[in-house]
Design a protein around this ligand. Structure first.
Ligand code: KIV
Length: 277
């Protein structure tokens, strides 16, 4: 149970049909909590941009942002495999720069693997990164870094051509040496077929129950923000209400004089005090 999760764990879990669990984290306390809960892998996702940095998409997230947050998470984790997400344009300009950026996630950040988005068009990049000794997780289906070319956050692979392309992309990612692939917003039967065809693990998010593992954005599943959440998210807690209630309670207690109480203060000798008067 306490052995560090490696790529072999992913392989074995698939063979044994043991579901792989994955969640995101972006800082030390959440990394520590997710690891302590026994989750197999922690993705320091570029969803950092949406849920922590307050951007409207993942596109503004930089390598510096990612390395900073991967470091914080890795410091809190002992068992889970930490996966650093390669941000927008960090693996497109040249092979050399892609390998260097992927290496930073391990060398500076303390991650054990990286994730990147794309299929056949990034297969050569995946191969170069794996050749450098860096485990790669692919990401297909809805790839948020391409939201502008995709025309929005939509389910992918619904018609025959798009489904065939997704399957071919998954095979290309596997052939290039990736050890796992995230399938995001893919119809359940297609995700099932891809999972059956691949030897490497599929990790689903909005891809149904037949993937080899599941991932969610922790802030979504904890209900950190109120309002609408995607169809594929189940809220396992409602932290928004919990936190808002606690903050309002604090305000009321300070205003009414209920906090701090005598038990929250420190005493000193009357004698010392008298000398000051
Ligand atoms: O950035 C992220 O959190 C992700 C997951 C949604 C898979 O890529």
């Amino acid at each position: 149970m306490n052995d560090k999760v490696t790529v072999s764990y992913f392989r074995q879990a698939k063979e044994e049909k043991k579901p792989i669990t994955m969640l995101t984290a972006y800082d030390f306390p959440m990394g520590k909590l997710v690891d302590a809960a026994g989750i197999d892998s922690i993705l320091v996702g570029d969803s950092l941009g949406n849920v922590v940095l307050g951007y409207g998409s993942t596109i503004p997230v930089t390598m510096e942002d990612m390395v900073h947050h991967v470091k914080a998470v890795a410091r809190g984790v002992s068992r889970a495999m930490v996966v650093g997400d390669m941000p927008f344009l960090s693996y497109h300009l040249s092979r050399e720069e892609s390998v260097r950026n992927a290496g930073r996630m391990l060398q500076e950040g303390g991650a054990q693997a990286i994730k990147l988005e794309g299929g056949q068009e990034v297969a050569g990049t995946i191969r170069a990164i794996v050749t450098a000794g860096i485990p790669v997780m692919g990401h297909l289906g809805l790839t948020p870094q391409s939201v502008l070319t995709m025309g929005g956050y939509k389910v992918q692979g619904k018609d025959e051509a798009a489904a065939r392309k997704l399957l071919e992309d998954a095979l290309a990612v596997q052939e290039a040496g990736a050890f796992a692939v995230v399938l995001e917003c893919v119809p359940t039967p297609l995700a099932k077929l891809i999972t059956q065809k691949l030897d490497i693990s599929t990790i689903g998010i909005g891809a149904g129950p037949y993937c080899d593992g599941q991932v969610l954005v922790t802030h979504d599943m904890l209900g950190f923000y109120g309002g609408h959440s995607p169809k594929f998210v189940r809220r396992f807690a409602n932290l928004n209400d919990e936190i808002t209630g606690a903050l309002k309670n604090y305000k009321d207690e300070v205003v009414s004089g209920g906090f701090p109480g005598p038990e929250h203060g420190f005493t000193m000798s009357e004698e010392v005090l008298a000398k000051l008067k």
